[in-house]
Design a protein. Structure first.
Length: 471
């Protein structure tokens, strides 16, 4: 079967070269076989990506001859969504156990299912934490003994989670079924369900979820045959078999594959392409070469985050790559929140700005905290109305105490002090053309046309103050 590697390297080239690591009677091996067979029959081996969990299925990548990612515990479905969005033409299988999916990864699978991105989730439910020592799992039956419930599960420990029913209740999934492995008839149904879960994705219909009731003879302390009977007699009354959701073809719809080309992404964000830039910019953003870092900081309400976002948007308008990373501290108690803006001529390699070329500080705590991080040759702009006595700053740094609050008050709108500071930064560094800042500002105000004039004048006044004091 081409879905499997011809030799499992985990076991070398001896007699065990085609054996798995699973215990005798474990259901995982059968599910692997159905998955490999479906991949082969659908002809999708070259574009299949399997996401392995943490649990008994952790070594899936030793057996399945397909692309594979090893996910952190519980995160397989989230990683699967990431793969599908990054490579829409791939066929992505999230292979998970009950501890991995229904406990640690419960939020991830619920959000993935609700989103409805076409992935195939194969969920093996053996009612126990198998690999880690037989602890109580979200699917452990009432009264069932485990290493962490030695006298049996009680109502105080909660009741078993019926994941197939939970997933089927959401709008996103297209196909949900629960199957089992305890006899030939059930195994045939399980094989068909796994194949359908992949086919639903291949046909671009939606998310498919197959729950497989599987035996764990080791932790049940039963023979393989007795473990099969235990699943049939004890698990199926709690976890009824059958199709839980299967949308008719007419209701499936077609998933709209994401587009990542720059023109489409910028248009979806309402950002102009570089060719439509309001100015004819140079190849580098301002005085500091082709990679500039700015940090804007202040208390809540100072507008540091808004000013930072405007800088990033204006930079993108100019055809640069730019990032805006906000960080919110205890600003409501007089502390500082800040934002890092990185602008690069080609690509931003790291959005973090530990040593900003430009620091804008709207209050004393922000200036005290970040002034020492500005390297020689950098620029600091601070609100002189709020910080009348700045700390001693390295002589190699250009320091501008701009009366941002006073200028804003003269305009009758104190909230535009952040825009005054932006004008000062633009004049002092030429980091971006004023026309681009005006365009980003106007776009951000949207329907608040009455505020445009005051904001544009604040930008002009800030720039004029710097020009006048440095002439």
């Amino acid at each position: 079967m081409s879905g499997f590697y011809p030799c499992f390297e985990r076991h070398g080239d001896g007699l065990k070269r085609q054996t798995t690591h699973y215990c005798a009677g474990c259901g995982h091996g059968l599910v692997h076989r159905y998955l490999a067979r479906a991949i082969e029959e659908l002809g999708i081996q070259e574009r299949t990506v399997a996401v392995s969990p943490v649990g008994c299925g952790v070594f899936l990548y030793y057996y399945l001859d397909a692309a594979n990612t090893q996910a952190a515990h519980g995160r397989a479905s989230a990683v699967a969504v990431g793969h599908k969005l990054a490579h829409p033409g791939s066929v992505v299988v999230s292979y998970q156990g009950d501890g991995d999916l229904a406990s640690i990864g419960l939020n991830e699978i619920m959000q993935a299912a609700q989103l409805g991105v076409p992935i195939s989730v194969v969920y093996v439910n053996n009612a126990i934490y198998g690999m880690t020592g037989g602890q109580l799992a979200p699917t452990t039956l009432m009264g069932q003994r485990t290493t962490t419930s030695p006298t049996g599960r009680t109502s105080r420990m909660g009741h078993p989670l019926r994941m197939a029913e939970m997933i089927a209740s959401l709008e996103g999934p297209a196909y949900v079924e629960r199957v089992a492995l305890f006899d030939a008839k059930q195994r045939a149904r399980a094989a068909r369900a796994v194949e359908k879960a992949l086919r639903v994705q291949v046909e671009n219909r939606g998310l498919a979820f197959v729950e497989v009731l599987a035996e764990c003879p080791t932790h049940l302390r039963l023979s393989a045959a007795d473990a099969e009977r235990w699943v049939a007699e004890h698990m199926t009354p709690v976890f009824p078999l059958g199709v839980k959701k299967d949308l008719p073809d007419a209701d499936y719809g077609t998933w709209a594959e994401p587009r990542f080309d720059a023109e489409h992404v910028l248009a979806s964000l309402g950002v102009r392409a570089a060719a439509e830039s309001p100015s004819a910019t140079s190849a580098t953003p301002g005085l500091f070469g082709d990679d500039v870092g700015l940090k804007l900081a202040g208390a809540g309400g100072d507008g540091a985050q808004t000013a930072a976002l405007l800088l990033a948007q204006a930079a993108i308008d100019e055809g640069f790559d730019a990032t805006h990373i906000p960080s919110y501290g205890p600003e409501s108690r007089g502390g500082t929140s800040y934002a890092d803006v990185r602008i690069a001529a080609e690509a931003v390699l790291s959005p973090d700005v530990p040593e900003p070329h430009v620091l804008v500080a709207f209050n004393a705590p922000s200036l005290a905290r970040f002034a020492a991080t500005v390297p020689p040759g950098g620029v600091i702009v601070y609100d002189a109305d709020v910080v009348p006595r700045p700390p001693v700053i390295d002589g190699g740094v250009r320091v501008l105490g701009v009366p941002c609050t006073s200028i804003a008050r003269e305009l009758g709108e104190t909230r535009v002090k952040n825009i005054v500071a932006l004008g000062a930064v633009q004049s002092a560094t030429r980091v971006l053309p004023s026309a681009s800042l005006k365009a980003a500002l106007k776009r951000s105000l949207g329907k608040k046309a009455g505020l445009v004039a005051a904001n544009e004048e604040a930008l002009r006044r800030g720039a004029a103050w710097v020009a006048a004091t440095t002439a």
